[in-house]
Design a protein around this ligand. Structure first.
Ligand SMILES: [Zn+2]
Length: 494
């Protein structure tokens, strides 16, 4: 894979770093030589800015438009609005090019162009809301931090938008595991896009270090993690927001507490996402070993294969309470179809070591088809076309401190293709809730944590509105019912 024309870096540490091969000059001639400064991964990853060819967001297959005024293209110093603009534009261009080349997508869920707001106000936050991506700024530890300046954060948010095109059903479904997978996909997106940069690959291959260790690549959003720790010291590890090199083992989310320190696995989607991201990173490391170990070409080959497997698996996996294990089974299935099973050992070892797949899932040489289609217990309504084919269930508002009026929600009740399970901590398969229990558990998590905008629904004397908590979901009226639906994927401090 040919790298783009080499450009210089700003300072000595960047010497030898090449620009992204996928950032194309805007036009031939004079404009083609225009350069901007940007970050490879994060302002606090320890590296200096690099210079890159001027990114062009308007000609990408998956178009992106930044709402702020375009500064004159040139190499700005970090700390200026102009630098932040081009750092974000570069990350967006790299992300858009990467995912359109892997998936063949040409549009976003909101339409042909994804709108991006680089500074939507004062919060330590970033979100995707089916209109576009929004980033923020805020003061932490005496310093102003802009979430949109970090390529890790930008590529994470873009991951939400990409997955939303690939699997729109995941948007509204009430499932803790699905919500966590969406967060994991964001982090996997940042890691895979980062691996396309020769500067990051060079750092990973220098000095003979193993791939599977904490590194600039595995550490995500160092600066946002630092800022959140200034507010709440137990909210992130000492050196980033989340680390893909971790030791978390699968637990069914409805058996976990809804909040806790960073060191603990909780059912909060960002916390629980670390199980899948950890399995993914271990699988990527195993895939590298399969093709001969860590070097520049193998990093590119493994990341390309991993991205194709991931995109294939998420499009096929059944939306069920134990979503992680279904995605993992579809990884193995995709590997058989796309790579003749070349990565079978690499993948199943990683997923079994994490408990994402139980050993008992491997009962035959081929993955077993599911024995039953649904484990729902009662009250299931026929799938509605408006709900992407997912069934809905009606629950009493009393279950959520709202008074008796019914609330309708989408449940993870698709037909399973593979009869696989996640692992219990000691032995065997993890007991899984029914579709309805899973939905109820996640909905209760949302109501407890104040994530639902109740609007004027519910009994005003009973309901708990949590006016100071950020909202990811809302109650809306649809077809005469009150429905619980998603408003955004919110990626800041819970
Ligand atoms: Zn997120």
């Amino acid at each position: 894979m040919a790298a783009a024309k080499k450009t210089g870096t700003m300072k000595k540490m960047g010497k030898g770093l090449k620009p992204s091969k996928i950032v194309k000059p805007k036009a031939a001639g004079k404009e083609a030589t225009q350069k901007v400064a940007a970050w490879d991964d994060d302002p606090m990853s320890g590296a200096l800015p690099v210079t890159r060819d001027l990114p062009d967001l308007s000609t990408a297959a998956m178009k992106v438009k930044i709402t702020e005024a375009v500064p004159a293209p040139k190499v700005y110093a970090p700390g200026s609005r102009e630098f932040r603009y081009w750092a974000a534009a570069d990350a967006l261009a790299r992300g858009s090019q990467f995912w359109s080349s892997i998936t063949g997508l040409k549009r976003w869920q909101p339409g042909d162009t994804l709108k991006v707001t680089l500074d939507a106000g004062a919060e330590l936050n970033a979100y995707y809301d089916r209109v576009g991506l929004s980033f923020f700024h805020d003061t932490a530890g005496g310093k102003i931090v802009y979430s949109g300046e970090s390529p890790d954060v930008v590529c994470h948010e873009m991951g939400h938008a990409v997955l939303d095109v690939l699997r729109p059903e995941l948007w509204d479904v009430m499932s803790g595991e699905v919500a966590a997978f969406h967060e994991s996909f964001g982090d996997m997106s940042a890691i895979l896009i980062g691996l396309q940069l020769s500067g990051i690959r060079q750092q990973l291959t220098a000095g003979g270090s193993p791939f599977y260790q904490s590194s600039r690549l595995s550490r995500l959003a160092e600066q946002l993690g630092w800022a959140l720790r200034q507010r709440r010291p137990d909210s992130a590890p000492p050196d980033c927001l989340r680390n893909a090199v971790n030791s978390f083992f699968y637990r069914a989310p409805d058996t976990l507490r809804p909040s806790g320190p960073d060191s603990e696995l909780t059912s909060e989607p960002h916390s629980f996402s670390r199980v899948f991201t950890g399995g993914f990173y271990e699988a990527l490391s195993n895939m590298l070993e399969t093709i001969g170990g860590i070097n520049d070409a193998n990093l590119l080959e493994a990341s390309d294969a991993m991205a194709h497997l991931l995109a294939d698996a998420v499009q096929s996996a059944s939306v069920v309470p134990e979503f992680y294990s279904q995605v993992a089974a579809h990884f193995l299935d995709a590997d058989r179809r796309l790579y003749q099973g070349k990565y079978n050992e690499a993948l199943k070892s990683a997923f079994v070591r994490r408990g994402i797949l139980s050993l008992q899932s491997m009962v035959s040489e081929e993955l077993s088809p599911a024995a039953s289609t649904s484990r729902s217990t009662r009250g299931m309504v026929a799938p509605s076309p408006a709900a992407n084919g997912l069934p809905t269930v009606k629950m009493s508002g009393n279950d959520f401190g709202m008074g008796g009026a019914a609330i309708v929600m989408y449940v993870p009740g698709e037909t399973r293709k593979f009869g696989v399970s996640s692992a219990a901590p000691a032995m065997g398969a993890a007991p899984q809730p029914t579709d309805e229990q899973s939905a109820r558990s996640f909905a209760e998590y949302l109501f407890r944590r104040g994530r639902v905008d109740l609007k004027d629904h519910g009994n005003p004397k009973m309901r708990v509105t949590h006016p100071y908590a950020r909202k990811t979901h809302e109650l809306i009226k649809r077809d005469g019912d009150v429905m619980l639906v998603r408003r955004n994927f919110d990626c800041g401090l819970d």
